[in-house]
Design a protein around this ligand. Structure first.
Ligand code: FPP
Length: 248
């Protein structure tokens, strides 16, 4: 078997990867299958990608599983996605726990059915001390909604206008304590942010591929990471090479 490890210097491996797992529906339709079959294939792929993330030594993974806008899909698809979440927890929780994965949820938990809320809370509680990989599941998540609720909570806490800083806002988001994503991967070729981590993505690098999510395999994941490792992250400044030239 070929060596599957990632051959990159440690500082070139992103700490936090976030993924918009898009294209399940089109993957299914192109095979003459119902859309839900695409979500099931996408779920199988998610298992492989989580495993690869652990093997690559990445510490944080955030996945966009259900957005606040996805309620507008046909009821049977919405219901199917709710069942998939429960099924993933029922079937995968012990394995994820054994692998040292800490599960977290970002989004509006209180608007999901009580049975789902309980399963999610149980999974969070069981895995809270794991530290090999932090897996943030964005489910009933919207970036604007996250910012709105952060503002509401700041106001309720009596935060004064002059006390509002970047850092403070960060502490009121669902992702408090999690570093911003270094790399965001979007499958299926759409060139949109889709309300995903809109605050946290301020300086993220993007990798967008035409591949549908169920077909996004470990090889392409590795390619995305290698592409990321070659990016010159300037955070609005100039690259080191230019800075050295200017200063010298
Ligand atoms: C986007 O594809 C995908 C989703 C809205 C759902 C993603 C869910 C999974 C991969 C299953 C894993 C889920 C959990 C709960 C862990 P799309 O349906 O928008 O595809 P299309 O753009 O081709 O129609």
């Amino acid at each position: 078997m070929p060596d599957q490890s990632l051959d990159l210097p440690l500082e070139k491996i992103p700490r936090h990867v976030a993924i918009i797992m898009d294209g399940n529906g089109r993957w299914a339709i192109s095979r003459g299958l119902p859309r839900l079959a695409g979500h099931k294939a996408g779920t199988e792929n998610l298992r492989r990608v989580i495993r690869a993330t652990v093997e690559f030594g990445i510490k944080y993974l955030t996945i966009y599983a259900f957005s606040t806008e996805n309620w507008g899909r046909p009821p049977e698809e919405v219901q199917g996605l709710m069942l998939i979440l429960q099924d993933v927890i029922d079937r995968e929780l012990n394995e994820l726990h054994k692998e040292g994965v800490q599960l977290r949820h970002i989004g509006r938990l209180e608007r999901l059915e009580p049975v789902i809320q309980q399963k999610v809370l149980k999974a969070i509680e069981l895995t809270k001390n794991n530290d090999r990989l932090v897996l943030n599941v964005a489910f009933n998540y919207g970036g604007r909604d996250e910012i709105v609720q952060a503002i509401q909570r700041m106001m309720k806490d009596g935060v004064k206008p002059e006390e509002v800083t970047d850092e403070l806002v960060g502490q009121y988001l669902y992702t408090a304590g999690v570093p911003d994503p270094d790399l965001i991967i979007r499958t299926s070729g759409e060139l949109r942010v889709s309300n995903f981590l809109i605050w946290q993505a301020a300086y993220s690098e993007w990798y967008i591929t035409p591949t549908f999510w169920p077909d996004f395999d470990k090889e392409e994941y590795r390619h995305a990471l290698e592409t990321y490792s070659q990016r010159d992250r300037r955070y609005g400044g100039v690259s080191e090479a230019v800075a050295n030239k200017t200063n010298g």
